[in-house]
Write a protein that binds this ligand. Sequence first.
Ligand SMILES: Cc1ncc(COP(=O)(O)O)c(C=O)c1O
Length: 402
Amino acid sequence: MSTISRSAKFAERTSRLRASTIREMLKVTQQPNVISFGGGLPAPELFPVAAVAECTAEIMEEIGASALQYSVTQGIPEMRTWVAQRLATQMARDVSADDVLIVNGSQQGLDLLGKIFLDPGDHVLLERPTYLGAIQAFDAYQAQYLSVETDEHGIVPESLERIIERADPLPKFLYLVPTFQNPTGRTLSIERRERIVRICERFEVPIVEDDPYHELRFEGEPLPPLVSFARNGSVIYLGTGSKIVAPGLRIAWLVASDPEVREKLILAKQGADLHSGSLAQYIFHRFVSRREAFARHLEAIVATYRGRRDVMYAALGEFMPESVRFNKPEGGMFLWASVAGIDTTALLERSKEERVVFVPGVSFYPQRDVVESMRLNFSNAGEEKIRVGIERLASVIRSSAR
Ligand SMILES: Cc1ncc(COP(=O)(O)O)c(C=O)c1O
């Protein structure tokens, strides 16, 4: 134990901070021959390395020092306009660049929302299961959770209504990932989208819509984000460049049309990091402004992930025992499987020995009360590896079931 940790009185809020299973797992995945369905990593071979190098050189040539200077907290105007225009197209509704705040990954957006909304003990409504990074962000603000039931069409409106009706005090907000959810890959049906917004508006509970996978659709019609149904700024929207360009740039955006919310967020961000990296914003903006090249880049990501989803789905059907149930998401990066009668945390230890890893589903339930499911990522490994990995995993499950 270091001198500091012996003498320091850490803040109470640190008592709930735990190493995430996923970050821990990344250590195993560094080992050779391990096939990982664990992390949520994009395919690195699709990163636009040459284009980013070109954009960077152009920026240094044309903008030079001001791309390296301190900048405004909200983000560079070019980025905010690009976000507003892109979201407006998806929503078929105007979006003002004034409503956009550029953040350092949507993970920072979640942290800032925790910072401005949550006092210790406050309640947050979550889907069941939900995104682990959100639990980590809100845990730091000592939130308590109310979990809403979900089925294969996403969050169940009746369950949401019942929980809010009984809640005392009212929850501070509902957090959800309506499209190709992390961890389940499920999408909230069109019928439910407007209903969820109306229920929350009736009780004056804001919604935080986290939408990193919207553009990774393999088939079917795109669905309007929840924010397109909002009447009075009741939905705060988060989008990110991590899955469509590269997570290392840490460029993401928060869209809030309520001026008071925005003002608080800007002040919270000033305290955290003054502003997101200017150079990264310029690079991101220049890359996405090469419209045709960016469209082709997105098509390549979608085609590659679709192929990998197909291979994983087919391999699950071919190799897994009957007791394993799994879905076929229409986009995103994850598929959800449940293994009747097997605790997947124990299963992970055995599957590590067989050089294949996944994330046990329990990580995505703050109450840690559902143990028989797992999240499988299909974006990172190539098709051949996916097939071999699922075959290995199936044999670990068969031997565990005996
Ligand atoms: C639902 C969800 N929200 C937020 C994030 C974090 O994204 P970012 O890289 O923008 O911080 C992820 C990343 O996996 C995610 O799945």
